[in-house]
Design a binder for this molecule. Structure first.
Ligand code: TZP
Ligand code: MG
Length: 225
């Protein structure tokens, strides 16, 4: 048994993932504090060039036990820092290989493995390999990620979510990429589970207030699922 799909059914994790992305104004530590203060309880640590075990451990500790922390790309650091979630992109280790390592180390029932998708086919493959959830995107252009996959737009989400329903896929799907507050209602109506966001929070005039707004609307829509 793995913890596939467990995160949003058995826990009180809000289906809203905040992703750190260092800006001139806010360090990762600042951003974790902002997200927590705004009510977020799921944070992805995304530090492309400067991720270290020490940094991850400090941020996991800061997030505390009531916030799920996900480490981007690096399974070893996710395990050692006790983050208990890793997000794997298309160029990272395959999800099935990650599960082998996680089980070998005895964390099989605790861990979540997220995977990136840009197409329905990506979702099918990640699901087959046992991904716990999908980050599907990008919704629109964003400066936060280099080498963006083709933009999906609302039409892309409608089409892919319809394909998922037809195929009977149950895997939780999170929209990502340039998402602003106003996008949440139309995106949630396509049947996604939730959203992942970075710059809409960190670039808001009052990031804590913006996070609170995001949490409120996500709560409203996630209850309707
Ligand atoms: N993957 C696809 S888009 C993206 C990632 C990590 C960036 C999300 O950040 P933002 O600032 O909400 O576009
Ligand atoms: Mg990645």
């Amino acid at each position: 048994i793995n913890s596939q799909y467990a995160c949003f059914t058995e826990e009180n994790t809000l289906p809203l993932m905040f992703i750190t992305h260092r800006t001139e104004k806010y360090t990762e530590e600042d951003q974790v504090k902002i997200a927590l203060e705004g009510g977020c309880n799921w944070i992805q640590i995304r530090m492309k060039d400067n991720l270290t075990l020490d940094a991850a451990e400090k941020l996991v500790h800061l997030a505390g036990s009531s916030c799920r922390v996900c480490i981007d790309d690096n399974l070893e650091i996710a395990i050692k820092s006790k983050a208990l979630t890793v997000h794997l992109g298309k160029k990272d280790m395959p999800v099935s290989d990650a599960w082998k390592i996680i089980r070998q180390q005895g964390y099989g029932d605790l861990f979540l493995v997220g995977a990136t998708a840009n197409t329905f086919e990506d979702i099918v493959e990640a699901d087959r390999q046992g991904a716990s959830y999908i980050g599907l995107g990008p919704y629109r252009f964003t400066e936060t990620k280099k080498n963006l996959s083709p933009i999906l737009g609302l039409e892309g989400y409608k089409r892919i979510m319809e394909q998922c329903r037809e195929a009977g896929l149950k895997i939780p799907i999170f929209a990502i990429g340039g998402i602003r507050y106003e996008d949440i209602a139309p995106l949630m109506s396509t049947g996604i589970t939730g959203i992942a966001v970075s710059s809409a929070i960190t670039q808001a005039p009052d990031p804590v207030k913006e996070m609170e707004r995001f949490c409120l609307i996500i709560k409203k829509y996630s209850k309707q699922i």
